[in-house]
Design a protein around this ligand. Structure first.
Ligand code: RP5
Length: 174
C-alpha cells in the first residue's frame, strides 16, 4: 500500500459534512491520504500516537478540522515538525468564530496555517497541502498548474456569460 502523504484528522464525526467534498480533490490528484476522527480533548493519547506514527511512516502534511474550543491543530503541531493546516468548523453556538480564534491564535514557535471557517477553508486546506507536496513532486505541481489554467478559463468564460446575460436584459428592457 502506498504511504499516505496527507492525514486529515477531524475532531468529531459531526465534522464530516465540512470535510467530505474536499476529499474528492485529493483523490482527483491521486495523492494517498488517510482520514481519522481523533480529538485533542476526548482521545488525546490516540491522537498523539497517530501523529507520531504518521510522521515516522513518511507522511508529509496534517490537515486538522475541528469546531468549538478547537485545540486539535495546535495540539498536533505541538507533537510534530510536519506542517499542520487548521480548518475551523462552524459547529457551535458561536458559528465558528470560537474555532477560528482557537486555531489561529497559536503562541509563537508552534505554527498552524489556519484556513477560512467551513467548507471553503477545507478546500483551501487541501490545495495548500497539495502545494506543499508540489515543492518536491513535479507530478502534483503539473496537475496544480493545469487546475489553475482551468480555473482561469472558467472565470473568463463566466465573464462572457455574464456579459451576454446583461446584454439580453438590456434588449428586453431598453
Ligand atoms: C469539536 O467539537 C469537534 O471538532 C466538533 O466540531 C465539535 C462538536 O463535536 P460533537 O459534540 O458534535 O462530537 O471537538
Amino acid at each position: 500500500m502506498p504511504v499516505s502523504k496527507i492525514a486529515v484528522i477531524m475532531g468529531s464525526k459531526s465534522d464530516l459534512p465540512v470535510v467530505e467534498d474536499a476529499l474528492k480533490i485529493i483523490d482527483d490528484f491521486q495523492v494517498p491520504f488517510e482520514v481519522r476522527v481523533l480529538s485533542a480533548h476526548r482521545t488525546p493519547d490516540a491522537l498523539h500516537a497517530f501523529v507520531r506514527d504518521f510522521e515516522k511512516e513518511g507522511g508529509k502534511v496534517f490537515i486538522a478540522v475541528a469546531g468549538a474550543a478547537a485545540h486539535l491543530a495546535g495540539v498536533i503541531a505541538s507533537q510534530t515538525l510536519l506542517p499542520v493546516i487548521g480548518v475551523p468548523v462552524p459547529s457551535s453556538a458561536l458559528n465558528g468564530l470560537d474555532a477560528l480564534l482557537s486555531t489561529v491564535q497559536m503562541p509563537g514557535g508552534i505554527p498552524v496555517a489556519t484556513m477560512a471557517v467551513g467548507k471553503a477553508g477545507m478546500k483551501n486546506a487541501v490545495y495548500f497541502a497539495l502545494q506543499i507536496l508540489a515543492i518536491e513532486d513535479t507530478t502534483i505541481r503539473d496537475a496544480l498548474t493545469a487546475y489553475r489554467k482551468e480555473m482561469v478559463a472558467k472565470v473568463m468564460a463566466d465573464g462572457e456569460t455574464v456579459k451576454k446575460i446583461l446584454e439580453e436584459r438590456r434588449h428586453q428592457n431598453p
